[in-house]
Design a protein around this ligand. Structure first.
Ligand SMILES: C[S@@+](CC[C@H](N)C(=O)[O-])C[C@H]1O[C@@H](n2cnc3c(N)ncnc32)[C@H](O)[C@@H]1O
Length: 274
């Protein structure tokens, strides 16, 4: 996939996921005027949302390993009225280029994937905590579930099952490395008051053309490569229900309702002993 396609896809997904992500950000009660870091900022969509929360005085640093994603983020942020509240920097979440306690909080969404991105998620959280002042929040967020095929629960379960055994960030991880075990990672990394909460983003008929395009992308992003891993019948059903050029494209149903969840794990950094 070309870099601009990846960036475009992050933008499409955000059309659906944004309400859940915003609720998760609000849960953290990020203070106006605070300084934070968005690690794995992608094309900067969350970075801007976080910058709105700290405005008119605070600052958010977006960090990503991909120069291509950062280039798209720069364009997005340059067009924002709060661009002065954001700076972008290239770097690796396991070796953050910041001094200890540089920020009041850290945010890391859909990036800290065990095995795919880092072998040891506890070390990843430890690095996030290192750059947050004692008492500041370290938050990691994951897309955690979806119900996008109303009326077809068994088909959706089989597609999800095939996805779970083939997706690079889900397959081959031990139970303790699964992202829904992140409360344990926070504890092991020494964070205080570890907590978890989930948030919902909903899609309801009639869909606008923009939302239709976004849902079509999500359906194909999750299940579009599963042909070798599901039965012929399931693949036919997938194509009929999930391809936007099909007359049975399920988001076009007059009674379409789907939702997905994001799960937030967060805790408070403590003073370092060394
Ligand atoms: C799925 S995207 C999430 C982007 C954004 N947080 C969001 O939720 O829209 C994952 C991002 O993590 C970045 N990434 C992957 N490995 C990384 C690493 N080791 N350090 C920093 N960023 C990394 C990728 O370049 C990509 O932009």
């Amino acid at each position: 996939m070309g870099w601009n396609e990846y960036a475009e896809n992050l933008g499409l997904a955000n059309r659906v996921t944004e309400p859940a992500v915003r609720q998760a950000m609000e849960e953290l009660s990020i203070p106006i005027g605070s300084r934070g870091v968005d690690v794995g900022c992608g094309i900067g969509q969350h970075t801007l949302g976080l910058a709105e929360l700290v405005s008119p005085h605070g600052k958010v640093t977006g960090l990503d390993i991909s120069p291509d994603n950062l280039a798209v983020a720069r364009g997005l942020i340059a067009r924002s009225p709060i661009s002065r509240r954001v700076q972008l920097i290239q770097g690796d979440l396991l070796h953050l280029p910041f001094h200890d306690g540089a920020f009041d909080w850290a945010w890391c969404a859909d990036t800290l994937w065990p095995v795919a991105v880092c072998d040891d998620p506890v070390a990843g959280i430890g690095e996030l905590a290192r750059v947050v002042r004692p008492g500041g929040i370290v938050a990691i967020l994951y897309w955690s579930s979806q119900n996008l095929l109303p009326g077809y629960p068994a088909l959706e379960a089989r597609l999800n099952s095939a996805f779970a055994t083939t997706a690079p960030y889900l397959s081959g991880v031990s139970p303790q490395q699964h992202f829904l075990r992140a409360l344990g990672w926070l504890r092991e990394a020494g964070l205080e008051q570890p907590a978890a909460r989930s948030y919902v983003a909903e899609v309801q008929a009639p869909l606008s053309p923009e939302m239709r395009e976004a849902v079509a992308y999500l359906l194909s992003m999750m299940w579009g490569d599963l042909e070798p891993h599901v039965s012929r019948d399931d693949w036919d059903s997938y194509q009929q229900l999930c391809r936007p050029d099909s007359p049975r494209f399920i988001p076009d149903s007059v009674d379409y309702y789907g939702f997905l969840t994001y799960t937030l794990f967060y805790g408070r950094a403590v003073a370092r002993k060394d």
